[in-house]
Design a protein around this ligand. Structure first.
Ligand code: ZN
Length: 336
């Protein structure tokens, strides 16, 4: 039997105690007090991380060490942003190796599930599944039509092979097309997610009319917008390191005030490592949220918000857990 000791994050906050476990066989006991033998590590003990927003397909670009434009439109906006040109030029092998690099980084940093905004239509989904074949990380795949139009048959096939649809913002779309897509996704009872109000504020009525299950960013939204999102019970994923890269102002203090459900994501894998723990460390330095709040946002909250029952077996501390070093918040131990 092995032991880890420290502050254990539960849905009711931290408790001080220890976990006894057998490697590869899961957790046996979570207990208060002191373990009967010397623990292998001491620190903050919590369920594995969930990265609530990533575009893992562009990981290969990070490996090129290019000087990337710090401007959302030039870098990532479809269809002409640099990322989309590089994706078009890349070989499948290059893309797969990039995804596998990110999967390895997630495993090592204690992330057990990620929600991917899969670009490139059906081919994009198959590429991700191929790259994930031997990986222990789980995914929620939100796919995207290959063109900026609604095609019924294509959408049916996308939804058969993914957990839902994740689109760029309403500003990129013809209103009629995006409305048809959201209606179709809802009818099939799959997830509909959308980037919204990242650089400029977008019309909240148009966003909410699409009845999204999940919104990404909303950092240019007003308090009234956030209140309405909160009333509609829609979680928002924020990606703080990405905002720093693009020099974007954020409204996280306002979000906190409105009480909207916040999840954390790492966004474009070409810019940031897929380690959502980095977002926690980044935000922890701002002092805006307590450590308990931040760690809950990357463990229990996303599992609930994304309804991860069918994605994650170890939903709580019953199977997989990680131990973070108390000062650096870096993983000391990741259970297998
Ligand atoms: Zn994104």
């Amino acid at each position: 039997m092995k032991y880890v000791q420290g502050e254990i994050l539960t849905t009711d906050g931290f408790i001080t105690g220890y976990i006894s476990f057998e490697e590869n066989q899961g957790v046996f006991e979570v207990r208060k007090g002191v373990p009967p033998e010397k623990p292998i590590v001491k620190g903050f003990i919590l369920p594995t991380f969930v990265n609530a927003h990533i575009h893992i397909g562009d990981s290969f670009i990070r490996d090129k060490h290019l000087k990337l434009p710090c401007n959302v439109k030039d870098l990532v906006a479809p269809p002409y942003g640099l990322k989309h040109r590089l994706l078009k030029e890349a070989s499948e092998q290059e893309i797969l190796e990039g995804i596998q690099m990110s999967l390895g980084e997630m495993t090592n940093s204690g992330t057990s599930c990620f929600c991917d905004f899969r670009e490139g239509g059906l081919i994009g989904i198959f590429q991700l599944r191929k790259a994930m074949k031997n990986s222990s990380v789980d995914s929620v795949i939100l796919s995207r039509p290959s063109q900026m139009t609604y095609e019924k048959e294509e959408l049916d096939r996308l939804l058969q092979n993914s957990n839902g649809v994740g689109l760029s913002s309403i500003s990129d779309w013809e209103p009629a097309e995006i409305e048809k897509i959201s209606k179709h996704v809802r009818k099939k009872k799959k997830l509909f997610a959308l980037h919204a109000s990242e650089v400029v504020r977008e019309n909240i009525d148009r966003i909410l009319d699409l009845r999204p299950n999940l919104l990404i960013h909303m950092i240019a939204a007003t308090k009234a917008d956030l209140d309405r999102v909160n009333d509609a019970n829609i979680p928002i994923v924020v990606c703080p390191r990405s905002y720093a890269f693009f020099h974007l102002k954020n409204n996280l203090a306002l979000m906190k005030k409105t009480g909207v459900t916040i999840l954390l994501g790492t966004d474009n894998a070409m810019i940031n490592t897929p380690d959502v723990g980095e977002e926690v460390r980044f935000l922890h330095n701002t002092g805006l949220f307590s450590l308990e709040e931040l760690l809950t946002k990357v463990t229990y909250t996303p599992r609930k918000a994304l309804n991860l029952d069918d994605c994650i077996q170890g939903r709580d501390l019953s199977e997989k857990f990680i131990v973070l070093e108390r000062d650096s918040l870096k993983p000391l131990y990741v259970s297998k």
